[in-house]
Design a protein around this ligand. Structure first.
Ligand code: NAG
Ligand code: NAG
Ligand code: NAG
Ligand code: NAG
Ligand code: NAG
Length: 256
């Protein structure tokens, strides 16, 4: 008899244990972020956060933040209040170019409910100009060629990209310095003086002017070649050691 009561009790406990969260959840609460319907933009550099909330549900619902469908890693704080039965995931970060036109979505999953989500966006963020300079540092022997790509993004749009040499836009040598329409800079036959030239890519929008500097470093051809082969050998030999250890373990395992 006691056994039956315990059994029924366990079944009831089991039923009450798995309950879905309240149907109206999840809810997304942005803080310090202007609503997409607001004509004013958000500014890059602003500290913002969004809180995703769910209520009740046992076990606690899982709340995951994603940006444009990609799960966000880090900067999230999970809390569950045992009294109010509120589960939260607060994501706090600094606005940047990647948030412009992005939609942030919180997806709730729970064993007793279908996945459900709430979102904020697409956000309007004023940012930039953000310059991409590739590569930004190269090592070159005198006589070699270096090629640099410069591009820039921003909201409002970037209006001008230019290369500066010791702060003037004049090419120091029309034979050796070439610029194409994609803002790609090619420097042929590198000379000693190029190592001391201040070379920058500068981009402008109504939001401001930004620049990034490229560096051409003198290298000693023989020295660098020796170092790179040396490193390769070390990597190869450490792989060999691992391989041998695995082989020895395998051998010992089979024959003991
Ligand atoms: C809330 O409940 C959980 C599980 O029952 C427990 O582990 C946790 O310590 C409780 N937290 C507080 C603040 O009471
Ligand atoms: C620079 O741009 C050109 C043309 O778009 C591309 O082929 C090249 O790989 C780029 N170089 C670097 C270092 O990004
Ligand atoms: C680079 O230097 C070599 C030898 O001095 C010369 O023949 C060649 O024309 C130069 N090329 C450019 C693009 O200046
Ligand atoms: C650029 O500036 C550096 C240092 O101020 C100087 O040594 C170099 O000659 C200058 N180069 C040109 C092309 O103006
Ligand atoms: C470059 O290499 C040469 C020959 O190996 C050596 O004599 C010289 O000192 C090196 N220079 C530098 C700056 O490392």
């Amino acid at each position: 008899m006691r056994f039956v009561i315990v059994l029924i009790g366990s079944i009831i406990a089991g039923i009450t244990f798995a309950t879905p969260p309240d149907a109206k959840y999840p809810e997304c609460w942005p803080a310090n972020i202007r609503d997409p319907t607001d004509s004013r933009s958000n500014e890059a550099g602003a500290s913002v956060s969004i809180t995703c909330q769910s209520k009740r549900g046992s076990p606690n619902p899982d709340l995951v933040w994603s940006r444009n469908g990609v799960d966000i890693v880090g900067n999230q704080e999970f809390t569950t209040n045992n009294v109010t039965k509120l589960t939260q995931n607060r994501y706090a970060w600094i606005l940047s170019g990647i948030d412009h036109q992005a939609t942030l979505t919180c997806t709730q999953t729970h064993p007793e409910a279908n996945p459900k989500s709430c979102s904020v966006g697409p956000l309007r963020v004023r940012y930039g100009p953000d310059i991409t300079l590739e590569p930004n540092t190269v090592g070159r022997v005198i006589g070699e060629t270096a090629i640099f790509n410069c591009s820039a993004r921003g909201n409002p749009a970037v209006t001008e990209i230019q290369w500066l040499f010791n702060d003037t836009s004049t090419l120091p040598d029309l034979q050796r310095f070439l610029l194409n329409a994609d803002n790609q800079l090619t420097i042929h036959n590198i000379t000693y003086s190029d190592y001391y030239l201040d070379i920058k890519c500068q981009a402008q929008s109504t939001r401001g002017i930004q620049s990034k500097t490229v560096e051409i470093l003198p290298v000693n051809e023989t020295t660098t070649k020796e170092t790179s082969t040396g490193q390769k050998n070390t990597v190869a030999s450490s792989h060999f050691v691992v391989f041998c250890n695995v082989a020895i373990l395998f051998y010992q395992c089979i024959y003991k």
